[in-house]
Design a protein around this ligand. Structure first.
Ligand SMILES: [Zn+2]
Length: 87
């Protein structure tokens, strides 16, 4: 394969990756704050999508391309109680 052809292929793949990431970011942004039932087999949990933000240890950082899904368990969920004991 010629260097020019290899360069075109590399550029095309980079453009395809960027388009894929941009599409994912647009989809996640549209879903920001959405509540989704489920997320735990042991309680009546629900999940919340947080687009472009990451919260760890009570600190929230905003950043393009970082998305999280929070799982909110019932207060008496055995899985939650187990996680709190480990932490
Ligand atoms: Zn649970």
């Amino acid at each position: 394969m010629s260097n020019a052809r290899r360069k075109r292929r590399t550029e095309r793949r980079a453009a395809e990756r960027k388009a894929g990431v941009d599409g994912l970011n647009q989809t996640m942004s549209a879903l920001d704050g959405a509540h989704i039932p489920g997320g735990c087999d042991h309680c009546d949990a629900y999940q919340v999508i947080r687009a472009n933000q990451l919260t760890m240890g009570g600190v929230t950082e905003m950043g393009h391309g970082v998305h999280t899904i929070e799982v909110h368990h019932d207060d008496d969920c055995p899985v939650l109680l187990k996680m709190q004991r480990v932490a």
